[in-house]
Design a protein around this ligand. Structure first.
Ligand code: ATP
Ligand code: MG
Length: 365
């Protein structure tokens, strides 16, 4: 079986370091293994409109921001197809048919959608499109026959929903769709990177982000304002790692070589953590180290982005070409889906012939 990757992001803002450790870094690594037959990276503008219907300009302006972040991180249009969701109308058609295979109560049970509804204060005014976005995600994934979907932990319920739709579809209409596998980050801290405020998830919508394109001064300010252990008041006090955002970020970003470069008095992260827990290690010192680590990680991304920003029309051209290719692939899947569902009337010569015979026989009676 072919190895195909699909994943994407909503163009609701520039991408942040949560996206990077949750999915983006992994995508680039997988892309560069050369193991995949096809890679599709989608800018999910149609999905972003499900909770931004009254603000289309925000979505429109952020498409280029996401595309620049993608390429700055190393997604290479020669190896990966970068495309815009709304430019592939076949995805809407697939969603429409999948809707018949999912119940309202099943959608209501989706824990990610539940918490997003709460976060957005939708309560009684949930847009139907937002409520059904897990179905449209199933369409995105299955349209490209994706076998691997590298995403953060919040996407687990969406992948479950997709698998259920695949099973249901295949059992009702015959083997047509491919079941995808979720690829979660292997490091706990990257599953759901908290915001700099220590809140559960770094999210564009919560304004608690460090962006990939952030300037060095702003990275520093954000790191130094970060949430740590509120009971760690004097340097000699023992500190706790539980919910300590600075250490969570070190778990997500630190590489062994950074100790040698920025903090040679410690062997590794375990040693640093042990000292913090014992007491005698101040928050400032840890934050200075994290700042150095983040600066080192983000500097090459920021520099590449500035280069790419010099030719915006070229980036749009990449997205246009990618969307064209994506549409071809999705159209083929849609054709197979419609044939399986027996809604391919004009292509089905057998149907037309049999009915012609039936009516002729009726007339002859
Ligand atoms: P929005 O607030 O508009 O929903 P978002 O910041 O949640 O934006 P998405 O576009 O919804 O970002 O998510 C894109 C991808 O990034 C998904 O695979 C998601 O799992 C991953 N991701 C987003 N935030 C984080 C995070 N804080 N930690 C790990 N992965 C994340
Ligand atoms: Mg989200």
């Amino acid at each position: 079986m072919k190895k195909i990757m699909l994943t994407g992001d909503r163009p609701t803002g520039r991408l942040h370091v949560g996206h990077y450790v949750g999915s983006l870094r992994r995508r680039v690594e997988l892309q560069d293994t050369g193991d995949f037959d096809d890679i599709f990276i989608m800018i999910a503008d149609a999905q972003a409109l499900t909770d931004n219907a009254d603000n289309p300009e925000k979505v429109r302006q952020n498409i280029i921001e996401v595309a620049l972040d993608y390429m700055a991180c190393g997604l290479d249009p020669e190896k990966s197809t970068l495309f815009i969701q709304s430019q592939v109308p076949e995805l809407c058609e697939l969603s429409f048919y999948y809707m018949n295979l999912v119940t309202v109560s099943r959608l209501q049970r989706n824990p990610t959608v539940k918490s997003e509804i709460q976060m957005r204060n939708f309560e009684a005014s949930i847009p139907v499109g937002f409520f059904t976005y897990p179905i449209s995600q199933a369409a995105d994934i299955t349209a490209f026959k994706a076998t691997v979907v590298p995403v953060g932990e919040d996407q687990m319920p969406m992948l479950e929903q997709t698998k259920e739709i695949v099973h249901k579809f295949n059992s009702v209409y015959g083997e047509t769709l491919v079941e995808p596998k979720i690829l979660l980050p292997d490091n706990e801290a990257c599953m759901r990177l908290p915001g700099i405020d220590g809140k559960a998830k770094m999210s564009k919508s919560l304004g608690n982000c460090i962006y990939l394109s952030e300037e060095p001064e702003d990275i520093k300010k954000k790191v130094f304002s970060m949430f740590t252990d509120p009971n760690h008041i004097r340097i000699e006090d023992p500190g706790s790692l539980e919910g300590n955002t600075v250490f969570t970020y070190l778990d997500a970003f630190c590489r062994p070589e950074y100790f040698l470069e920025f903090l040679p008095e410690y062997k590794d992260l375990d040693e640093l953590k042990a000292h913090y827990q014992r007491g005698g290690l101040g928050d400032m010192k840890v934050k200075r180290f994290l700042n150095n680590v983040l600066q080192a990680e983000l500097e090459p991304i920021r520099t590449r982005r500035k280069e790419l920003q010099k030719d915006i029309p070229a980036v749009y051209e990449i997205l246009r070409k990618g969307s064209e290719k994506a549409e071809k692939v999705a159209a083929q899947t849609l054709k197979e889906v419609k044939a399986a569902m027996k809604i391919d009337y004009f292509a089905d010569e057998e149907l037309i012939r049999a009915q012609a015979e039936k009516f002729a026989a009726d007339a002859a009676e």
